[in-house]
Write a protein that binds this ligand. Structure first.
Ligand SMILES: NC(=O)c1ccc[n+]([C@@H]2O[C@H](COP(=O)([O-])OP(=O)(O)OC[C@H]3O[C@@H](n4cnc5c(N)ncnc54)[C@H](O)[C@@H]3O)[C@@H](O)[C@H]2O)c1
Length: 349
């Protein structure tokens, strides 16, 4: 399959690109290379004859038109987005421009291409979204594909808006779409502003390990390579117009996850005291959702996908990867805002 992947220089997109090329697909990686991107993430496939890179911003409609005409993709996997909740609190407008207007541009460019090709039945526009669109759960219950939308941060609101656009392009224009809503990912190449790499790097650097609030927020943790495999199955086998929730069968309280990472580090790189002693509770994120949890029965029953690793195995692999790849993460620490506390909603953006 010839797949146009947007956001393929980011965390999840690069896992999709690496896996898709390894599986023999042709991949066109379209990315604007924002602060969150790193082309090293796709270095292992960059020389493959099945890989192309397009340095394009999805806010640039004319450039998207050119990319579709040049490459004539058989499927689109749309991951490009502004993705950090804390940054969305400080500067929501950019999230609306990329996640909402950018997705509208992608849909229009894809629709034009699909029409020019004679509306092929096999074409797919796969929109990659988040479980955060469903809002916050109490201690019980799970998000299903039918859970009403209730986004509560500028990030999740912009993703929810993009999900609605994608459904509308299917209902109104017949564009053959599939959608996925996934829980929190972690794994290699995770940008060092997100929880798991922040914990590993701060621990190693001897700094405080910040935990928001009391660390009682619950997330369902999914290893990124398992997510990439789920996405490739959905784009190839998913039913047109259908959405699939993807979860890791790995619900953990933040504080328990952080303590577990510290325990793995204690084992891999022991020092006099436990890394857990560096844990520091800091002021909570405004509007911090209490709990996300996924009912992933649909993708399991209909497509046969399940996560292949437990959270414990995935965290061990991730810690080992960060220990072995300081040359990857060290330069990223100098990028704008990394390593500082963002998203406290103090004053206007
Ligand atoms: N990280 C998670 O846990 C998670 C969970 C569920 C869903 N998602 C979704 O998966 C997708 C990828 O997330 P991620 O964590 O890999 O994000 P990321 O921030 O690591 O990567 C995003 C990529 O998109 C690119 N990008 C941003 N704005 C762009 C623009 N205007 N034009 C072109 N490219 C642009 C960036 O350069 C970057 O390479 C997002 O749509 C996100 O909403 C993420």
């Amino acid at each position: 399959m010839r797949i146009l992947v947007t956001g393929g220089a980011g965390f999840i997109g690069s896992a999709v690109v690496r896996r898709a090329v390894a599986q023999g697909h042709e991949v066109i990686n379209l990315d604007a290379l924002t602060y969150a991107a790193c082309l090293d993430n796709v270095a292992e496939v960059a020389q493959s004859p099945n890989y192309r890179f397009e340095h394009v911003d999805i806010r640039d409609r004319a450039a998207l038109e050119r990319v579709f005409r040049d490459h004539k993709p058989e499927a689109v996997m749309h991951l490009a987005a502004e993705s950090h909740v804390d940054r969305s609190i400080d500067g929501p407008a950019e999230f609306v421009e990329t996640n909402v207007t950018g997705t509208c541009n992608m849909l229009e460019a894809a629709r034009g291409h699909w029409e020019r090709q004679g509306r092929p039945e096999g074409f797919r526009f796969h929109h990659i979204s988040t479980d955060e669109v469903f809002g916050s759960l109490g201690d019980e219950g799970l998000f299903t594909e039918d859970t009403p939308y209730d986004p509560r941060s500028p990030y999740s609101a912009s993703k929810a808006a993009s999900d609605h656009l994608v459904r509308a392009w299917h209902e109104t224009y017949g564009l053959p779409i599939v959608m996925t809503n996934c829980s929190n990912n972690y794994g290699p190449y995770h940008f060092p502003e997100k929880l798991v790499p922040v914990v590993i790097i701060n621990a190693l650097e001897g700094r405080e390990i910040p935990v928001y609030g009391a660390g009682a927020n619950v997330r369902d943790w999914l290893y990124v390579e398992d997510h990439a495999e789920a996405l490739l199955q959905v784009v190839q086998k998913g039913a047109v117009g259908r959405s699939y929730n993807i979860g890791g069968e790995g619900e953990r309280r933040n504080i328990d996850l952080v303590r577990h990472i510290c325990a793995v580090l204690d084992d891999r790189r022991p020092k006099d005291t436990s890394y857990a002693e560096q844990i520091t509770f800091v002021a909570d994120r405004p509007g911090h959702d209490h709990r996300y949890a996924i009912d992933a029965r649909r993708i399991r029953d209909e497509l046969g996908w399940r996560p292949s690793v437990t959270v414990e195995e995935g965290i061990a692999r991730t810690v080992d990867w960060y220990l072995a790849n300081e040359a990857w993460w060290r330069p990223l620490m100098a990028r704008q805002g990394v390593g500082t506390r963002l998203g406290r909603a103090e004053g206007a953006a």
